[in-house]
Design a protein around this ligand. Structure first.
Ligand SMILES: Cc1cc2nc3c(=O)[nH]c(=O)nc-3n(C[C@H](O)[C@H](O)[C@H](O)COP(=O)(O)O)c2cc1C
Length: 331
């Protein structure tokens, strides 16, 4: 069965990619993923805060003895010791090590939302040997003084700046909470994104009522897939980028749905963290079996078949479905 797909300019044997996560920290895990058939791997992100923290640490060690900028330096972020697994230099070293350890394309990841010197790392990641770069624009708009327009303009400026810094194929990982996502997706493509990754998973803290603490939920379930399916289906054929689903892919049928919605690649993290790298091979087998049973000739044949452009009932993705659903409820 031909499961091949093209993503970020690479011809991949199948669309299932281990997504950005700690899996890339260990060479053993990276090799196990390659052995399980991973056609590409995405490393965890290097964060803007982390890079700036490092720059500031150097700056402070130079300036603080004289204390001449003590007040100004209080405005600047301090890195939280121990928060990040790999420092910026270690991150680049890790890229070099992974590059030497496996033959599959390697994607570095930068995570941040403002313009600044930290974006130089796009170039450094390329020099360290990455084959592509994922830019994660994770942001929660918690500041009442910041408008949607400002947030979008800033994000687009960051994409354009990264585009200038590197010639690597560039994917941009989005959050679902833009007020006009389809429009933002198009502008992200215009700013230089070669692929859009839908979506960042916004970790939604719950409240532990006994201990009055926040509970952080870490791994996903298939329930999170539907939001991705809807938006990939809406964007398929309408933005000029590749589309990748990230979030809620646990079963072969989840991957089938993602591709039918229009995904060129399907990223997996929670399922692989839970079940181990070998689960990737089971997913590929399951995907192949499903296509054979349903008598498809290739994966490409079903891509986008359930997108807004092609599905039998496009209204399912739009307002019409919402009103129909509410009206059709019977107790
Ligand atoms: C432990 C852990 C670490 C992660 N680290 C990153 C990261 O560094 N950068 C990033 O873009 N996404 C990161 N993610 C998010 C995943 O790449 C992915 O988008 C998310 O987990 C949803 O996919 P899933 O449902 O397959 O887990 C992380 C997820 C987990 C669970």
């Amino acid at each position: 069965m031909d499961l091949s797909t093209r993503y970020l300019g690479f011809e991949l044997r199948h669309p299932l990619i281990p997504g950005a996560s700690p899996m890339g920290d260990s060479l053993d895990t990276v090799k196990a993923l390659e052995d399980a058939g991973a056609p590409m791997i995405i490393l965890r992100s290097l964060f803007e805060e982390q890079i700036k923290g490092e720059e500031m640490a150097t700056y402070r060690s130079l300036e603080e003895p004289a204390n001449s900028f003590a007040e100004a330096s209080d405005y600047l972020p301090r890195s939280t010791p121990g928060l990040f697994k790999l420092g910026p230099d270690e991150y680049l070293d890790q890229i070099e090590k992974v590059r030497r350890a496996v033959a599959i394309p390697l994607v570095g990841s930068l995570n941040g939302v403002t313009l600044g010197g930290w974006l130089e790392y796009a170039r450094l990641i390329e020099q360290a040997g990455a084959d592509a770069l994922e830019l994660n624009l994770y942001q929660l708009a918690t500041d009442p003084g910041l408008s949607g327009d400002q947030i979008e303009e800033q994000a687009l400026a960051v994409i354009a700046e990264v585009r200038k810094k590197t010639t690597l194929p560039l994917s941009v990982k989005l959050s679902p909470f833009y007020s006009a996502l389809a429009n933002f997706a198009q502008r992200a493509a215009d700013a230089g994104a070669d692929a859009l990754v839908l979506f960042n998973r916004l970790y939604q803290p719950d409240i532990d009522l006994e201990n009055l603490e926040m509970i952080r939920i870490n791994l996903s379930s298939s329930d999170e897939l539907n939001l991705r399916l809807r938006w990939v289906a809406i964007l398929f054929g309408r933005v000029k980028t590749n589309l990748s689903v990230s979030g809620g892919v646990h079963l072969p049928t989840d991957a089938v749905k993602a591709v039918m919605a229009g995904a060129d690649s399907v990223q997996m993290v929670s399922a692989l963290l839970r079940r181990g790298p070998g689960y990737l091979a089971e997913m590929v087998d399951g995907l192949e079996r499903w296509l054979e049973e349903k008598e498809y000739d290739s994966l490409g044949q079903m891509r986008g078949s359930m997108s807004l452009l092609r599905c039998p009932d496009p209204s399912a993705y739009e307002r019409a479905n919402y009103s129909r659903m509410l009206q059709s409820w019977e107790a």
